[in-house]
Design a protein around this ligand. Sequence first.
Ligand SMILES: Cc1ncc(COP(=O)(O)O)c(C=O)c1O
Length: 387
Amino acid sequence: MNLFNVYPLFNINPVKAEGSFLWDENGQQYLDFYGGHAVISIGHNHPHYVEKLKNQLEKISFYSNSVENKIQEELAKKLGELSGYEDYSLFLCNSGAEANENALKLASFHNNKKKVIYFSEAFHGRTSASVAVTDNLKIIAPVNVSENFIKCEFNNSEELVKIFAENQNEISAVIVEGIQGIGGINLLTKDFILTIEKLCRENDVVLILDEVQSGYGRSGKFFAHQEFGTKPDLITVAKGMGNGFPIGGVLISPKFEASYGLLGTTFGGNHLACVAGLAVLEVIEKENLIENSEKIGAYIEEKIKHFPHIKNIKRRGLMIGIELDQACEDVRKELLFEHFIFTGNANHKNVLRILPALNISEKESNLFINALEKTLKAIDVEIVELK
Ligand SMILES: Cc1ncc(COP(=O)(O)O)c(C=O)c1O
């Protein structure tokens, strides 16, 4: 049997990883400045994470959600403490799409309405409702299409006010990323998020903050929306939550009432996933990774901001969009195949997306900074040579 061919692959097969480095089967070392799509939060194979998972494997790795699992409670407690959402409750699932799917359902159960507002450039996952609120027609199948989903331009308060007025009493939820990731590291303006929050409050609309990519310390705060003092009704998490172990969750405001069977999952919140999630939070706390995220992010920005061909840097913490004056694909390939550094791209072809582990050091960052400088300067040499 062949694999279903949906991914354009780089011809690299990593077989080992530690901290911010990967090694392929030929022993070639790579610097990971992308965290496998923002997933690696505490570094590959962090010793505390490995030890906790190994210990758990030797005890019990899974039983169903029909019995108690005290590790789920431990995880919820720790997440509440570190995020500042101690009065919220936690529903555990397996991925970001699932977290958003459950949040959208929960909103609709709660206010018995069915329309959802989402934004241009948004990405919320590939399941039914999650993909319907994603701004990418290529990944929306006919079965996902419904008039319940209304797109508004990102950061356009006027249009949002108009949509609310036109759909009075019908809007169940607004879903927005803390920072748009795949869209190209697009930052919310304060005016826009406060307008969203106000309209939601005034119209019994649930505010869902998708922190799947921007959460867990990546932005220099536990959640990116905390920069604005916003208090969403539902917050979705995944990616960095498990440092590679599949886990997702919805943080749920106390105003939502739980009832048996309302939500459910077979694998969500299993013992191994919860231990991974707990290990991540313990390392984030012990090693002050939220502070490190802002410190190193600012360091990188400062060092690269005068490099040629950089038009703009969009950044919070270690969520960095480097906008070039041209498509970034060749730069990305040069970084990977000449300097052995993984970086990412975005829907905007000029934006190089940088999402390293939150414990990356200045020394490791210098490898990227020097390689980027060489690569960008070489573009000018090529132009001169062509002339
Ligand atoms: C903001 C955001 N939400 C949701 C998702 C979907 O997460 P998953 O791929 O775990 O389903 C992603 C994935 O890239 C994301 O960036």
